[in-house]
Each structure stands twice: as C-alpha cells, then as structure tokens.
Design a protein around this ligand. Structure first.
Ligand code: ZN
Length: 478
C-alpha cells in the first residue's frame, strides 16, 4: 500500500495550488521538467490532449476557409523592426541567433510570426481577387522572458496556433476578428468545459502593434485569471510597414486590413487547474484521450470468464475512446488509483460476481459516484453519463466564475475584492498610467477585459476619479 500512496498527490489543491498543480501535471504523465532551463517536455498523454485540440480546431478552421501553412522559425532583425510598436513590445523577450557569417544580419527566434508572414503576403496579395487571405500556422514559439518554468503556463518555448488574415475592408476585418474570438470561446466551452469572459483588452494590455485586441479569460480556483486566447484587429499598420497592397474593385491601389489570432498549450494548464482535484487530474469527456477505462477484477479461478467479458465490453463500446487495462503486473487497486490520477472520466469495473449478474459497476471520476449497470444497457448509459459529466463540469466552473465577479463602487471595495481573490468589475477611465498605478497598489491586479456588453456606464473611474469610459474586469492573473 505504501507504493500506492507514493504515486498520488501529496498536497491539497486548496492548501498549496502551485505545488498541487505541478504534482498533478507531472504525476498524471502530461508533462515533465526539461534539462534546459525554462523549458518543458510534453509527454504522450499531454500531447494526446493537444492533438485533440488541434483536430477540433482544424475542423472548425476548414469550415471557415482558413488553410494551414508553415513559415521559418528565424526572423531577420530588419523584418522585426519594420513595425516600431511591435518591435518595442517584443524586444525584452526576443532570443537572437548570431549568424556564423558576421556580415549577415542577426536572426530572431520567432516570438510571433506577423513579420515573417507578412513579407510573403506582400508578394501574394495583388488584387481584391486574392482576398480574403486566411492562413494558420501550428508551431513552436520562443519567448526568453522567464527562467522558472510553470508547466503549460509559462515557459521559454511553447506550442501554439497563429492565424493571420488579410481583408479588403475594415468592416470585414472587424467581423472576423470577433468571429475567431467566438470560435475560441466555443472551443473552451464545448471541448474543455472551461467558461470564459469575453471582451476587449485595454490600451495598456493590447498586443504590440494592434489596432485593438480581444480576449477570452478563464478564472482559476486560486483567484487568478488565465488568458486563454486573443484575436487582434491589426488595422493597417503592418500592411503599410510590409508594403501589402491590392488593386481594389475600383481600379485603385489600396491598403488592406489585417487580423491575427492565437491560443497555446496554456489551454492545457487552464483545463488542469479548473477541474482537477486532490486525487489528480479530472478530464472532461470531450477532451479526454480515454473516456473510459475497463478494469477487470481478476481472481485465479474466474480469470478466463472475467477477461472474456471485459473484451466483449471493449468491443461493445467501440464508439467511445476506451482502454481495457488487462495488465497482469498491477493489482486492480493500483489501477484504480492510477486512472483516477490520470483523470479518465468513467471507470468500468467488472468482477466475477458482476459477470454472474450480467452487469458492470460504473464509477464517475468527477463525483466518485458508483452504480451497477446491466451490460445490455451499457452503451446507452455510458454515453449518457459522459454527456452528464461534461455538462456538470462546465456548470460547476461557470458557477464559480459567476460567483467570483463583484461589482465594486469604491476604491476600498476594489482593494478588498482583489485581496479576497475575486474579480472586480469596476468603472474605469481606460488610462495607461491609471492602470499602472492600480497594478502597483494592488500587488499585480490588472485589467482582464472590457466586456462587449456595457450597461449604465455613468460615473467616475474607480481609481483616479476621472470620467469613466467603460466597465472593466480586474483581477490578478497568470
Ligand atoms: Zn482612472
């Protein structure tokens, strides 16, 4: 039994969230620390989740007319400096490669790919007939900002997708910037069961070089927001800097509008923190690499009979992602613990007594609830349970998010709300200096987003007392 204990999580989520999180990610086999400072290793179980996210999103992008492509990891320094705000924004975190031939220019390892992609776009876009141009790239990104890795949340290298589009008009660009944000929300809600707040970033928090940035923000149980995806309307700044122009329908040369949008392997971090518990990972069925695990309870005298039934069940559940754990070298108790740690939504137990009764025992990972189910009803019952688990996880997280938002009327209330690890919804002037001061005075609370729906914007900024421009969500963040 000592061994069974040692593979489990040794701290409680409520007591020490960072330690708990690290243990869940490593012990469930999602990822590991790397020998290189600031980097992580994504293990097969974690990569299977990323792959499911990619499959889902590739399917959605196909329907929206976005195509996948690949651009170089190296970005010439001169490209990088063409858009001044962009260059300035990324300067502190760019890793440079020195060319062996010193007469050649320095190369940046991509912290994002606007510049290298738009150089190509300037040759590919000629006429209105080439638009809209919608290209996505799945790749790795290098940002040399941190040395302490937080698996999936903060690392010098991570995986992401970045979409880059070109449009004839501002209106079209606006519409699709929001359309992609809506896609991100859908992905978080349907696949990951992670509810998000949607809105615009403030001037201080917008993407370097963007006209405006929109975002989806999840809220973690330790009272910190986690940015899960952003979609930027880039305006015409990059088009001008990279000489992208097209012959319009009116026969004149025009400057197009551009957007870019991205989410990263951070989503896996959000998923883990949102749902998991003191026993380990809890995965929503839609994203789980295995939705159910069958564990035969083996005794020597009934071995054949039980295994035969387990295989039969495995075949019966062919529409589900099911693993039959018939490994001989582990006890069933050990297997229960391991699959609990790995967050498989349903456990299907079958022992000799169950075979006699023509039943199995179904156990939910999220609630621990057990029930006997007749084998004849198993397909239907298991499918139904998976749907229930998915929607229960979402509802629980959504309730937590809603309960965490406090509409504050004064600076005193604002400070109290941030201290109590909640989200302050406050009237805000939108000023960059004002936001800097808020951050300094509250030990790190910053604006998360300006919700799209604004009602009763009347009064003074919660902090500086200037005329307020909008309601804004503030909290600490990852
Ligand atoms: Zn203010």
């Amino acid at each position: 039994m000592a061994h069974e204990k040692s593979i489990g999580i040794t701290v409680k989520k409520a007591d020490d969230m960072p330690e708990w999180y690290g243990q869940v990610v490593v012990k469930s086999g999602l990822a590991d620390y790397a020998p290189v400072k600031g980097c992580m290793v994504i293990r097969p179980y974690g990569y299977a989740i990323w792959q499911r996210i990619m499959d889902y999103f590739n399917g959605r992008m196909g329907k929206l007319g976005v195509e996948n492509a690949y651009f170089p990891l190296f970005i010439p320094e001169s490209f990088f400096k063409k858009e001044a705000e962009h260059a300035k924004g990324f300067e502190p975190e760019v890793a440079w490669v020195m060319n062996r031939d010193e007469s050649q220019e320095k190369l940046a390892l991509r912290p994002t790919s606007e510049t290298i992609m738009y150089d190509s776009y300037s040759r590919w876009v000629r006429s209105w007939r080439d638009l809209p141009l919608r290209i996505n790239q799945w790749c790795n990104i290098i940002r040399w900002e941190v040395s302490d890795v937080k698996l999936f949340l903060r690392s010098r290298e991570f995986l992401w997708q970045e979409g880059h589009c070109v449009y004839e008009s501002e209106k079209e660009c606006d519409r699709e910037t929001i359309m992609m944000l809506d896609e991100y929300e859908k992905l978080c809600h349907e696949l990951l069961a992670v509810p998000v707040l949607k809105g615009k970033k403030t001037e201080k928090e917008k993407f370097a070089g963007a006209h405006y940035t929109t975002t989806i923000e999840a809220f973690m149980p330790d009272g910190k927001a986690l940015q899960c995806g952003t979609s930027h309307n880039l305006g015409q700044g990059f088009s001008k800097a990279f000489n992208i122009s097209f012959l319009g329908k009116d026969g004149k040369m025009q400057t197009p509008w551009q957007s870019s949008w991205g989410f990263s392997t951070r989503l896996i971090g959000a998923l883990v923190m949102q749902h998991s518990d003191d026993k380990g990972l809890v995965l929503p069925p839609s994203i789980a690499p295995y939705q159910a695990v069958i564990i035969p309870i083996i005794f020597e005298d009934s071995r054949e009979k039980v295994l035969k039934k387990a295989i039969e069940i495995r075949h019966k559940l062919k529409d589900m992602r099911v693993f039959l754990d018939d490994r001989d070298q582990y006890t069933s108790g050990w297997k229960f613990n391991e699959w609990e740690l790995k967050g498989v939504p349903l456990r299907i137990e079958i022992g000799p007594k169950d075979v006699e009764k023509d039943q199995v025992i179904l156990v939910r990972r999220d609630t621990g609830k057990k029930e006997p189910v007749k084998i004849a009803d198993l397909n239907e019952k298991a499918a139904e349970l998976l749907e229930t688990v998915q929607s229960d996880l979402f509802k629980k997280a959504q309730k937590f998010l809603k309960d965490s938002i406090v509409e504050v009327k004064s600076w005193k209330e604002f400070e109290k709300t941030i201290k109590s690890k909640k989200i302050a919804k406050a009237l805000f002037c939108g000023g960059v200096d004002c936001e800097d001061n808020i951050k300094a005075k509250t030990e790190g609370a910053n604006s998360r987003c300006i919700p799209f729906e604004q009602k009763n914007v009347k009064g003074k900024c919660v902090h500086c007392g200037e005329e307020a421009r909008f309601w804004t969500y503030f909290s600490r963040s990852y």
